[in-house]
Design a protein around this ligand. Structure first.
Ligand code: FMN
Length: 330
């Protein structure tokens, strides 16, 4: 079975790779991930706040950026709580690159324009084969328009693209008013890939302690459907390659994402739950399903359920919405 795909211009033997996560913090785990057959490995993110904290430590109160972010930084975990500081992060990329044969994708995560370009270059120099940008931002300022938030994401993408030679993917939020428009603008800005979607963790309230209780819940397959919808809408309409992240736990999940239009499939929760061999299991399930259904290759399946030929995807979605409501009978 030919599962080969091209993601971010990288030729991969199949689409299954690890998504950004602490799975890369331990080299023995990285070894097991490669042994399980991952087609690529994504680093966890280097966070903008880590970069700012390091600059603050280096330049004290004279650093204008660190000062303006002083309040925001006060919410952040102690630098010692991050697994890897900026220097260790770059060193970990070098170590992983020296150890594995598969492509390694670096990851930068921030909300403003600070730090992206310098560290994008350093991540490239450390040997990363590609870079993922994660602009994780909750729009809470009522005075800031959606357009200005989108412009910031575009600016970061353009700046990083100009600074590095390696392919650059942008990990998107599903909460733009027009995901399709943002995707098209990023495509125009030169993004080589779009990763759908960031998960937004909802902190709970601890009513006894009168505090927020951040709790990380791993995904399940139900989260995939939001990704499938947008993959199907974007597939064939952007030049950038598409990756699904969020809710891939089985071969069937993988098949759905590929049919909708994914070139790459990122796994995190499945591996955190059950270990690196999930990559092997999901790949085997994919192959078995494809054989049973007489597919010869990934290419035959990729985007086969996209909405590219649908004249009016919005009307199609609205029809689905009303059909779904009608499936409920009291
Ligand atoms: C423990 C943990 C750490 C993560 N760290 C990052 C990160 O550093 N950067 C990032 O972009 N995404 C991060 N993610 C999000 C994952 O890359 C992925 O998008 C998300 O978990 C959805 O995929 P899944 O359903 O396979 O878990 C993290 C997820 C988990 C569970």
């Amino acid at each position: 079975m030919d599962l080969s795909t091209t993601y971010l211009g990288l030729n991969l033997p199949h689409p299954l790779m690890t998504g950004a996560s602490p799975l890369v913090d331990r080299l023995d785990l990285v070894r097991r991930i490669e042994d399980a057959g991952a087609a690529a490995i994504t680093m966890h993110s280097l966070f903008e706040e880590q970069i700012l904290l390091e600059r603050k430590a280096a330049f004290g109160h004279h650093d204008a950026h660190a000062e303006s972010f002083a309040e925001a930084l006060s919410f952040f975990p102690d630098p010692a709580d991050y697994n890897l500081g900026p220097d260790e992060y770059l060193e970990q990329i070098r170590r992983i690159k020296a150890m594995v044969d598969v492509p390694v994708i670096g990851s930068l995560n921030g909300a403003t324009g600070t730090g992206w370009v310098d560290y994008a270059k350093l991540i490239e120099q450390a040997g990363a084969d590609a870079l993922e940008l994660n602009v994780y931002f909750l729009a809470t300022d009522a005075k800031e328009t959606g357009a200005s938030i989108e412009e910031r994401v575009l600016l970061i993408t353009r700046n990083v693209k100009q600074a590095v030679q390696i392919p650059v993917a942008v990990k998107l939020s599903p909460f733009f008013t027009s995901v399709a428009n943002v995707a098209q603008q990023l495509d125009g800005a030169g993004a080589d890939g779009l990763v759908l979607f960031n998960r937004f963790y909802q902190p709970d309230i601890d009513v006894e302690a009168l505090d927020v209780a951040p709790r990380l819940q791993l995904s399940d397959s139900s989260e995939l459907l939001l990704r499938v919808r947008w993959l199907a809408i974007l597939s064939g309409r952007v030049k950038a390659s598409l990756a699904a992240t969020g809710g891939i736990h089985s071969g069937l999940d993988a098949i759905k994402a590929v049919m909708a239009g994914a070139h790459g499939l990122q796994l995190v929760s499945a591996i955190l739950h059950h270990g690196p061999n999930e990559i092997t299991r999901i790949r085997q399930e994919m192959e078995r399903w494809m054989e049973d259904h007489e597919y010869d290759s990934f290419q035959q399946m990729q985007g086969s359920m996209s909405l590219l030929r649908c004249p009016d995807p919005a009307a199609f979605e609205r029809a689905n919405y009303t059909r779904i409501l009608q499936t409920w009978r009291v």
